[in-house]
Design a protein around this ligand. Structure first.
Ligand SMILES: C[S@@+](CC[C@H](N)C(=O)[O-])C[C@H]1O[C@@H](n2cnc3c(N)ncnc32)[C@H](O)[C@@H]1O
Length: 238
């Protein structure tokens, strides 16, 4: 899958492709990063990508000309569809379902906003999808785009070594993850739950699913069905 990213801080964004699971995906040829400096599409001496807002007010706005030129030239060079995703606090809240949808879809072109955001004509005429990383304001779209790249990359078949681990993670089955332990068995008199040492796979499975249910009930009950909430209450003796 190709990720094209348009940003004024290409070195910052490039780092998401240089570590861990995403890097392995790149090395395996499953992920193709194309990080572009938006300034390459400017035509003025100062290579400016922003200007003052019409109507006045504080802050600068990203100009539409370099963005239109960049998107049009990247689309012309890429015969396959290249939907444009813009990350913004006003977008649809990102979640695992959207990550799965994007991982199963075409290559992506991701636009990182800065300043007060981008000229509305870009949103109205070029952007296919607007995605938010949460109800808070960051100073730029680079970190949201890096989060999106990471979450989508690990769902591309073959990127995560043991694909089962991706299918057993938080949100995939509508619940949070269960607790994990590793060696040593006992540390400062803190021990690992007995069932995990039993070697009895059916019991381990059922313990893990019960723990996931209880964790979700305590922290994110809205993720559960009424039936699951009742089951959790029953286990807790409530
Ligand atoms: C300082 S913010 C602009 C905030 C904008 N004026 C507002 O009030 O919503 C600059 C850029 O960071 C990115 N950004 C900031 N917070 C974000 C979030 N929660 N999710 C996604 N992108 C975000 C967007 O690309 C945005 O254009």
């Amino acid at each position: 899958m190709k990720f094209h990213v348009l940003t004024i801080f290409p070195d910052f964004v490039a780092s998401v492709f240089q570590f861990g699971v995403v890097r392995r995906g790149v090395e395996a040829g499953l992920i193709e990063p194309h990080v572009h400096d938006l300034r390459d599409w400017t035509t003025d001496r100062h290579r400016s990508t922003d200007d003052m807002p019409f109507g006045g007010g504080p802050g600068m706005v990203m100009r539409c000309e370099p963005i239109f030129s960049a998107v049009e030239s990247l689309r012309a060079a890429n015969p396959a569809p290249l939907p444009l995703v813009y990350t913004s606090p006003a977008g649809e809240p990102f979640n695992q379902r959207i990550a799965e949808e994007l991982a199963n879809g075409p290559d992506l072109l991701l636009l990182c906003g800065r300043y007060e955001g981008v000229d509305q004509r870009v949103l109205d005429n070029l952007v296919d999808r607007e995605i938010s990383m949460g109800d808070y304001v960051l100073s730029g779209g680079e970190l949201p785009v890096m989060c999106l790249v990471d979450a989508v990359s690990r769902l591309i078949p073959g990127v995560v070594g043991d694909s089962q681990s991706v299918h057993e993670e938080s949100f995939t089955n509508g619940m949070l993850d269960w607790p994990h332990y590793t060696r040593p068995e006992s540390y400062r008199e803190l021990s690992v739950p007995e069932v995990l040492l039993s070697g009895h796979h059916a019991n381990i499975d059922s313990w893990r699913h019960e723990q996931a249910l209880l964790m979700t009930y305590r922290r994110r009950p809205e993720l559960l069905t009424q039936e699951q909430r009742e089951r959790a209450k029953q286990i807790l003796g409530l």
